[in-house]
Design a binder for this molecule. Structure first.
Ligand SMILES: Nc1ncnc2c(CN3C[C@H](CCSCCOCCO)[C@@H](O)C3)c[nH]c12
Length: 229
């Protein structure tokens, strides 16, 4: 029987998800709160990690190791790189990388450390379900590469570095760390984001303006996917 982890990074990213559920049991653990719900017989644990790769790794590992989740879905917002991605648009990650992981001084590529890999692939099965749901609901969704780093990107220069180095379509601060954890623990995972800004000089203003509406776009689509699991 599947036990599902649904994760975001910010409270604003899981608030629209929690609104779908009643009878929520809250478990406090490791300076965080984990919300247990039951949905059509499906056991689900929902949490927001707090911002950045370290918090996201802790939450993903906790949901799997402590709560026993065997599938992990992430819902949230992202900065758009691919010009096809407008604010509010949805992107599903087929693979993820860490744009700020850098030991190039030793001849290694950006995003690589020994024992790791630059790109980590998400679950093809979950992506297939998601694309079917998008088709059935007439939702425009892009599938692409998401780059993760511990910085809010708000400059064309950094955005272009990430695009050129990783051919990334969008960027954020948690997805690749969730990917490393799920890949190591052999847990199928799915990373969904809606665009809140385009990671350039206007990013901060756009983020503030579109966080809530984009987080809802992602959450509403994710719930439709959950119903198919
Ligand atoms: N351009 C961008 N660069 C990097 N990441 C993103 C993302 C994705 N999420 C949103 C959030 C931004 C962190 S700061 C939020 C403001 O906090 C305000 C609290 O005072 C973090 O969890 C990553 C959207 N646009 C981005």
């Amino acid at each position: 029987m599947t036990k599902l982890a649904i994760m975001g990074a910010m409270e604003e990213e899981i608030e629209p998800l929690l609104s779908y559920f009643e009878n929520v049991n809250t478990v406090e653990f490791a300076n965080n709160k984990y919300y247990e719900v039951n949905y059509d017989g499906l056991e689900i644990v929902i949490a927001y990690s707090k911002i950045g790769k370290v918090f996201a790794s802790l939450t993903a590992a906790t949901m799997i190791e402590k709560f026993g989740c065997d599938t992990l879905l992430f819902s949230g917002v992202a900065g758009g790189i691919n010009p096809e991605l407008k604010i509010g648009d949805l992107i599903i990650a087929d693979k993820l990388c860490q744009h700020d992981l850098d030991i190039t001084a030793f001849g290694h590529p950006n995003g690589y450390v020994p024992g790791g890999k630059v790109f980590i692939q998400t679950s093809e099965e979950l992506r297939t379900i998601a694309k079917k749901v998008a088709l059935e609901n007439n939702l425009k969704v892009i599938e692409g590469t998401i780059a993760t780093g511990d910085q809010f990107v708000h400059s064309t220069e950094r955005k272009e570095f990430i695009q050129k180095t990783f051919d990334a379509d969008a960027l954020e601060m948690e997805g690749a760390s969730v990917a490393v954890v799920c890949d190591a623990l052999n847990i199928p995972y799915f990373i969904l984001r809606a665009i809140s800004d385009t990671a350039d000089m206007d990013a901060g203003f756009d983020f503030d303006e579109f966080l809530k509406s984009s987080a809802k776009n992602s959450a509403d689509y994710l719930i439709k996917i959950v119903k198919e699991l």
